[in-house]
Write a protein that binds this ligand. Structure first.
Ligand code: NDP
Ligand code: OXD
Length: 309
């Protein structure tokens, strides 16, 4: 069995070593334009040339959770695409989102500013019931984030395509319930995949439906958010601010107004990192299952090309 590795921007050697150790019978190679045909691809942001040259793949493994960039390429028809299924990302996402929610709710930025000026001051505690958190996307990551927020006793709302039942979370589903979900939320967390249906979903008319003093946390993809609409709603006072981890252009261009906006916090697409060891274990486990003749349908996180995630 031959595995071709093609992950742009990722040092290859540790992945090659890890995959070889996990699958001792496999020939694991970094892709080159002259590479022999492989059975499996392990990829992140590969060039189109990769798929044009690798024409005999049995499955493609994406070393991230989001497949929006891959789905823009011409993929070999009929070849299944498998994305990471948590692989250590869900707990990181829960940490990031809870940190952002709590920092905003407890006004820790304001305390830090006071302390830097030598001021020993107190702020009136907010009530949790006034800070319902809405999580858009209740998949692998969104569900974990919702449960973590509920554990801090925040009122939690969730929105997904299909109806869900999650303890401690008031669940909404489908386009018909989007407005009710937004109106029931003050802090909004985006954990949707980027698809034709979800692109620009965080825009003036949707964000305006959040409760006054709304706060936006985007940890999914930059193209979910219309940047200038967010800034206008913050500057008008309807929204209190935002914590953004993902951007339309990454790295965030030096001249982008998000860098300097006093009510916007940015981080460099780091809310949930791919963890090499856990990812290799998951991908190798799935390759072993496929090689033993298990049907692909039994594998979690196989992308549905019709849905786009
Ligand atoms: P999943 O596929 O497990 O979950 C996606 C969720 O979004 C599902 O609940 C799905 O609904 C819902 N959804 C999709 N389309 C719609 C729609 N049109 N309307 C309402 N709900 C919809 O994905 P993950 O949780 O694993 O990952 C989510 C995203 O997080 C990734 O696609 C990626 O873009 C981003 N990400 C960001 C990272 C970062 O570091 N910033 C790291 C990892 C991921 P249903 O359950 O009904 O299908
Ligand atoms: C992912 C990401 O999709 O890192 O995994 O954004």
């Amino acid at each position: 069995m031959r595995i071709s590795f093609c992950c742009t921007g990722t040092p290859a050697q540790p992945w090659l070593d890890g995959l070889r150790a996990a699958l001792p019978g496999a020939l694991v190679e970094e892709w080159t334009a002259a590479a022999a045909p492989a059975d499996y691809a392990v990829v992140w942001a590969p060039p189109q040339a990769f798929f044009d040259q690798q024409t005999q793949l049995k499955a493609i493994f994406n070393t991230g959770a989001g497949v929006d960039a891959l789905l823009k390429l011409r993929l070999p028809p009929g070849v299944p695409l498998v994305r990471l299924d948590d692989a250590g990302m869900a707990v990181q996402m829960a940490e990031y989102v809870c940190h952002a929610v709590i920092r905003h709710f407890r006004e820790f930025d304001a305390y830090e500013a006071d302390i830097r000026q030598g001021r020993w001051t107190f702020r009136e505690p907010h009530l949790r019931q006034d800070f319902p958190v809405g999580v858009m996307g209740l998949g692998v990551l969104g569900e974990r984030v919702s449960r973590a927020l509920a554990a801090f006793d925040f009122p939690v709302r969730g929105w997904s395509r299909s109806a869900k039942t999650i303890p401690g979370v008031q669940c909404f589903a489908g386009a018909a319930q989007l407005n009710d979900f937004l109106a029931a939320s003050r802090i909004l967390v985006c954990l949707l995949p980027l698809t034709l249906d979800t692109e620009n979903i965080l825009r003036r008319d949707t964000l305006a439906r959040l409760q006054p003093g709304g706060y936006v946390i985007n940890v999914a993809r930059g193209r979910h958010l219309v940047d200038e609409d967010l800034i206008a709603l913050i500057d008008s006072g309807h929204l209190a601010g935002a914590a953004l981890d993902v951007f339309r252009t990454e790295p965030l261009p030096a001249a982008h107004p998000f860098w300097a906006h006093p009510k916007i916090t940015v981080t460099p697409h780091t809310s949930a990192r791919t963890l090499r060891g856990e990812s290799i274990a998951q991908i190798a486990g799935k390759i072993r299952l496929l090689e033993s003749g298990q049907p692909l349908a039994s594998l979690a996180a196989t992308v549905d090309f019709n849905k786009g995630y």
